[in-house]
Structure formats: structure tokens, C-alpha cells
Design a protein around this ligand. Structure first.
Ligand code: GTP
Ligand code: MG
Length: 170
């Protein structure tokens, strides 16, 4: 199961929360931290894949192209890819690159889960509003959208269970 999303959205942090460990995947407040495909075995035959993010202008053009190729390869050339967790910051509207990625993901048969990240940064009212807005714009069933926080651990158990059940049925 691969974790994809724009740089700094919280992929490595969420992966660590799922794995229940602090420092499985390297995280940083500076975007562009994860620079390669990193694979973690969580249990049995389930592997979680951390990837570089897209959309970070400070990364060199060459590196950005390499990241894009890496993301594309993982999403398209892995027969054993059973699911994708696509991360979106709950506070932000999807960027053009998010939308392109989303379209590419939906064109494949691989199941997608959307994790809305950094929910702890919003008040309850704001969060309700953002969830409704993003649900509307994503055109995915609501059970494929999980509200998460790597800080409060909200949604982590649900995400872990959903990943496990997707992996089991494939
Ligand atoms: P790249 O590897 O650069 O693509 O970034 P990433 O998507 O792996 O993000 P990472 O997990 O490194 O997190 C980026 C920053 O956001 C770090 O400073 C994290 O501590 C912070 N962060 C991640 N998840 C959360 C969250 O749920 N809540 C809050 N408040 N901060 C978060
Ligand atoms: Mg990372």
C-alpha cells in the first residue's frame, strides 16, 4: 500500500502512526524530506510504501522529475500494489497536481483511500466545513475518506483497519 501526496502533507508522519512507531519513516517540517521510495513491512505480507511528495518548488527540476517518475512507477508497475492512500491536507484545496494525480489514481483499479491530514489544526466547526467541502469535490464514497491526525492519532485505527482489510481481500 503506497502513500502519496504533495510534499509536507504528512505522508511519513501518518505512516509512522500506522506502524505505531516514532521513527519508521523520516519526517521533517521542511518539505522535500523523503527523497526515495522507502518500503516498510508492518505485519505478515503487508508492506507500506513511503514516497517523495510532489509540488515542492524548492526541489531542483531534475529531482522533481525523478520524484514524479518514482511515484508513477510505484503506482503503475507494481503488480502487488493493493491500495493507495492519497493524502490531502484538510486545510487546503486540492492543487492542480493533486487533481492530476487523483484522476490518474481513479483511472486505475487499485483501491484508493483518501486521508485528510492535520485535522488537529482546525476547530470542530472549521473541520466539519472542510470535510463536507472536500467530500463534495472528491467524488468518492465517504467510507473512502478518512479524517486523520498524526498528532492526536484521530482516524489512525480506522485507517490501519481499512488498509488491512483492503490488503486481505486482494
Ligand atoms: P515529504 O517527505 O517532504 O514529502 O513530506 P511528508 O508528506 O512525508 O510530511 P512529513 O510527515 O514529513 O510531515 C511534514 C510536517 O508536517 C512535519 O513538520 C510534521 O510534524 C507535520 N505533520 C504531519 N502530520 C501532522 C498532523 O497530523 N498534525 C500536525 N499538526 N502536523 C503534522
Ligand atoms: Mg516524507
Amino acid at each position: 500500500v503506497a502513500f502519496v501526496g504533495r510534499s509536507n502533507v504528512g505522508k511519513s508522519s501518518l505512516l509512522n502512526s500506522i506502524g505505531g512507531r516514532k521513527a519508521l519513516a523520516r519526517t521533517s517540517k521542511h518539505p522535500g524530506k523523503t527523497r526515495d521510495c522507502v518500503i516498510f513491512r508492518v505485519n505478515g505480507n503487508l508492506y507500506l510504501v513511503d514516497l517523495p511528495g510532489y509540488g515542492y518548488a524548492q526541489v531542483s527540476k531534475g529531482e522533481r522529475a525523478r520524484f514524479a517518475r518514482l511515484i508513477k512507477d510505484v503506482l503503475t508497475e507494481r503488480p502487488r500494489l493493493v491500495g493507495v492512500v492519497w493524502l490531502l491536507d484538510i486545510r487546503r484545496d486540492p492543487s492542480d497536481e493533486d487533481i492530476v494525480l487523483g484522476q490518474r489514481l481513479m483511472a486505475h483499479e487499485t483501491p484508493i483511500l483518501v486521508a485528510l491530514t492535520k485535522t488537529d489544526k482546525l476547530s470542530n466547526a472549521e473541520r466539519k466545513h472542510r470535510v463536507a467541502l472536500l467530500q463534495d469535490s472528491l467524488s468518492l464514497p465517504t467510507d473512502q475518506i478518512i479524517v486523520t491526525s498524526a498528532v492526536t492519532k484521530e482516524g489512525i485505527d480506522t485507517l490501519r483497519d481499512t488498509i488491512a482489510s483492503v490488503a486481505q481481500t486482494r
